[in-house]
Design a protein around this ligand. Structure first.
Ligand code: GLC
Ligand code: CA
Length: 550
């Protein structure tokens, strides 16, 4: 257990933090089995420190059969032996805390793995048992119950119901899963389920974990009093954006988070949380209130084209929402579920990313320079905004999406459960290249669990470090500088006649000026602090962000 003191008293640290997401199996592999591990993270603490980040968020590292990249958890209070041990976890926390980096872990409360002891017990105990009550079991329709209970389609397709074999060997009941069949949904009306997650939150909090990222936070409570849902979409029912959708964003979900908040507040400093919730904008604040989870991801920029008006609109909306909920903004350009942003920005506007992926990147031309220029500019823009910035591993070295991974190497259920219809998220989960050469470019002494492209070395940390203008050096400088510039959570937009310009100031005079266009524009007055591209005299080149001090 760690006894760090550095954040005692600072209860607001999370409001304007830079949080770096680690996808554990693809970060660094110390023992050479091809799978990233805790020892690999411990080995790279100095690297993490060099980024000047405030926190890391670890995607699931728990025991898992990896039906969904670890989001199928078999034991919530343990470490996958392929990734490490609890002792190594404690060591990692200690080492990170020593260098003042806090730690978030991922909590996956909507569903467990089908390998979880509770689900295994539910299978064995049979119909009507207390064990089955922890999940959502129903009888099938028809004389023999062999028609699924409803036409629900799962997120990974095609159906949201899977039939089990009863202990006596006969075909039996069906259980609900919003995701893969290996991810049975919990029944959140069940008190044991509620108690067990409280236990899990305490377990990690007691080990020194500072915060939690809550997976599919909008889906836990369900209400089937009007019948079992039959629909072919995972999105909230657009006719029910008011908490009455039977599957998602129900008001009762916040009872759970109010309970969790009490647990968070038992600690000093209080533990924090961020919701991954897909809900209508006007309802996100309920997840981000100080009585519930405190913060919620804003994913607007994941889907936004590179466009001044669009960015300005989304930023203003986010500012208003944050003010209303009392929380702070969150900014996200990439994560383990979406196409990496240099690729999004390098493809023509409105490119169908699923088609592009399925065509192995051939359906639309990628302008890599444009992608990286825009990525550099957008990163500086979001870092200048009030609120927390969530970075995804690999973006700091300028990684692009990998669309041509050999199909037989794919791991993502979204891919192989929807043949020819969905993209594989493996494209943003390829292990990190650390060195310019070597069989897995320094990821580890062996191979890598997903194949790495032959040219990956040019994006490596080593290659980035050798180039003063690299993406990595920009991230390091910008994040370190941001620490000194942080101030009240306000911005004032500054009018510019050029419609390609997004210019704003923070209360302490720190200004961010982005030229979204291709042609250079005039640099405003002020002392230049940093620029995402070299300035040309008094001109800001196209697709560039400049920070200034008035
Ligand atoms: C979240 C995760 C995603 C996972 C899903 C099911 O959306 O980010 O990776 O597949 O939940 O747990
Ligand atoms: Ca390993």
């Amino acid at each position: 257990m760690s006894d760090y003191k550095f954040i005692a008293g600072d209860k607001k640290w999370w409001r304007q933090a830079v949080v770096y997401q680690i996808y554990p199996r693809s970060f660094a592999d110390l023992n050479g089995d091809g799978i990233g591990d805790l020892a690999g993270m411990i080995d790279r603490v100095t690297y993490l420190k060099s980024l000047s980040i405030d926190a890391v968020w670890l995607s699931p590292f728990y025991p898992s059969e990896l039906a969904d990249g670890g989001y199928d958890v078999a034991d919530y209070r343990n470490v996958d032996p392929r990734i490490g041990t609890l002792e190594e976890f404690d060591k990692l926390i200690e080492e990170l805390h020593k260098v003042e980096i806090r730690v978030f872990v991922d909590i996956v409360p909507n569903h467990s793995s089908d390998q979880h002891e509770w689900f295994q017990a539910a299978l064995k105990a049979g119909r009507g048992s207390a064990e089955r009550e922890r999940y959502i079991f129903h009888d099938g329709i028809g004389e023999n119950g062999d028609i699924r209970p409803s036409e629900l389609v799962s997120h990974f397709g095609p159906t949201g119901w899977t039939r089990v074999t009863e202990p006596d060997g006969t075909p039996g009941q069906w259980y609900l899963h919003l995701f893969a069949p290996e991810q049975p949904d919990f029944n959140w009306d069940n008190q044991e389920v509620r108690d067990d997650f409280i236990k899990t939150l305490r377990f990690w909090s007691d080990r020194g974990v500072d915060g939690f990222r809550i997976d599919v936070a909008h889906a836990l409570t369900k209400d089937f009093s009007d019948g079992l849902p039959a629909r072919n979409t995972m999105d909230i029912d657009p006719t029910k954006p008011d908490g009455s959708d039977p599957l998602f964003d129900r008001d009762e979900v916040h009872e759970i988070y109010r309970e969790w908040r009490k647990v968070f507040n038992e600690y000093d400093p209080p533990r924090v949380a961020v919701a991954e919730a897909s809900a209508p904008a006007h309802r996100l604040g309920a997840y981000a209130s100080e009585e519930t989870l405190g913060q919620a991801f804003n994913f607007d920029l994941l889907h936004a084209d590179w466009n001044t008006k669009r960015f300005k609109h989304l930023i203003s909306n986010s500012m208003k929402r944050a003010e209303k909920s009392g929380s702070s903004n969150t900014w996200v350009l990439s994560n383990h579920d979406v196409v990496r942003h240099p690729t999004r920005y390098g493809l023509p506007d409105k490119t169908d990313l699923v088609k592009w992926y399925i065509s192995e990147g051939k359906s639309a031309p990628l302008d890599a320079k444009q992608g990286i220029d825009r990525a550099r500019a957008s990163t500086m823009l979001i870092l200048a905004l009030p609120g927390s910035t969530y970075l995804y591993q690999g973006e700091e070295i300028g990684l692009f999406e990998v669309a041509d991974t050999p199909r037989e190497a794919m791991q993502d259920p979204q891919w192989f459960r929807n043949p020819g219809k969905a993209r594989s998220r493996d494209g943003c989960r390829i292990p990190l290249p650390w060195t310019t050469t070597g069989s897995s470019f320094g990821f580890g002494p062996g191979g890598s669990h997903l194949p790495m492209p032959a040219d990956f070395g040019k994006y490596s940390v080593e290659a980035n470090e050798a180039d003063t203008n690299s993406v990595l050096n920009l991230y390091r400088t910008a994040i370190a500088m941001r620490r000194g510039l942080q101030c009240h959570e306000e911005i004032n937009f500054i009018f510019n006649r050029n419609r390609s310009v997004l210019h704003f100031a923070r209360p302490n005079g720190w200004q961010s000026f982005t030229n979204f266009g291709k042609s250079p524009v005039k640099l405003p007055k002020g002392k230049v602090l940093l620029s995402s591209q070299p300035l040309v005299g008094s001109q800001v080149p196209g697709e560039t962000t400049v920070w200034l001090q008035a």
